[in-house]
Design a protein around this ligand. Structure first.
Ligand code: AMP
Length: 299
């Protein structure tokens, strides 16, 4: 089964205290698609301008990502720039140039409309709705978001929550949405807004799932050095959806394991700028870290 992923396809200029890298391949959908591609076929829905380097198209292709739904329009690719503080946790957006993203209307090719697993990666909630409106009967729909949409598109986001199986957000966004400081209280409120499953991400402290079988505390892989955490959240949910799409059995049976795989792919993402490290991961390396996480949490 393939995963349909919609989100931003961007050029990212990233600054950390140690280095600066301009115009890397980025965007929520790019990170999620590459992460998912280790486990399942991926169909990408997005838009880029005619300045988008062909080496990035080739990179998607090397990961077997179906690009039938990637629009190439005259104009500039969405460009985002961010700077990390010394702690590598706090990030400041320096620049957001929408380019062709401004007028983007995601249109699904016929072949994509019957996809069973859908990931609405970070993008305006109105566009996430637009994609869902074109789908037949997906088996599992997950969405991610960011503080910007909670600020400027809350009504659309609240409507979207009613159409989701899984909502993924980070702890500060969960606080912003629910006004709860306690993650468990926040998770309870998120369920009341619609989704059967909710995951709150806590960066290097892992993530917490709440679902029909209760809570699951998913650890982050203990990294000793972070190069660039951009896209770690997207890699987590992308890897997780890729696993869910190919696993046998029910979603409930596979959810926890899928989160562990997502967490491992996210750890690799943090070890290089942009997608530099993620695109070089081998399945053997993934399995090795999964086993390490398993050993770390067994008692
Ligand atoms: P994360 O580190 O998970 O917050 O994701 C970072 C990615 O989000 C970068 O690759 C950016 O290109 C992308 N991004 C930043 N701002 C936006 C936005 N307003 N809409 C969609 N994607 C964005």
């Amino acid at each position: 089964m393939s995963v349909l992923i919609v989100g931003s396809t961007a050029l990212d200029s990233i600054k950390t205290p140690k280095a600066e890298n301009p115009r890397l391949l980025g965007g929520s959908a790019s990170h999620a698609a590459v992460a998912a591609s280790f486990f399942s076929p991926v169909k990408l829905i997005g838009v880029v301008g005619n300045d988008f380097p062909s080496r990035y198209i080739n990179l998607y292709k090397r990961h077997g990502i179906d690009l039938t739904g990637l629009q190439v329009l005259p104009g500039k690719t969405f460009h985002w720039s961010g700077e990390y503080e010394v702690n590598m946790n706090n990030r400041r957006t320096l620049l957001t140039e929408l380019g062709v993203f401004e007028t983007f209307t995601p249109t699904l090719p016929k072949t994509h409309q019957s996809a069973q697993f859908v990931l609405l990666a970070n993008i305006a909630p109105s566009l996430q709705h637009h994609v869902l409106n074109q789908m037949r009967r997906p088996r599992f729909v997950a969405a991610d978001t960011m503080d910007l949409w909670l600020n400027i598109a809350l009504a659309d986001l609240l409507k979207l929550l009613k159409r989701l199986d899984l909502f993924v957000l980070n702890d500060s966004e969960a606080h912003q949405l629910t006004k709860e400081d306690n993650v468990f209280a926040a998770l309870k409120k998120i369920h009341k807004l619609g989704p059967k499953y909710a995951i709150i991400k806590k960066g290097s402290n892992g993530s917490i799932l709440s679902g029909p079988r209760g809570y699951f505390i998913c650890p982050a892989y203990p990294l000793h050095k972070l190069v660039d955490p951009t896209g770690a959240g997207d890699s987590f949910v992308g890897g997780m959806m890729g696993c869910l799409a190919t696993a046998k059995g029910s979603i409930e049976d596979n959810m926890r394991r899928a989160m562990i795989y997502g967490s491992v792919v996210a750890s690799f993402c943090c070890e290089g700028f942009g997608l530099n490290r993620t695109t070089r991961i081998t399945l053997k390396e993934i399995e090795h870290r999964v086993n390490e996480l398993s050993a770390l949490t067994r008692f």
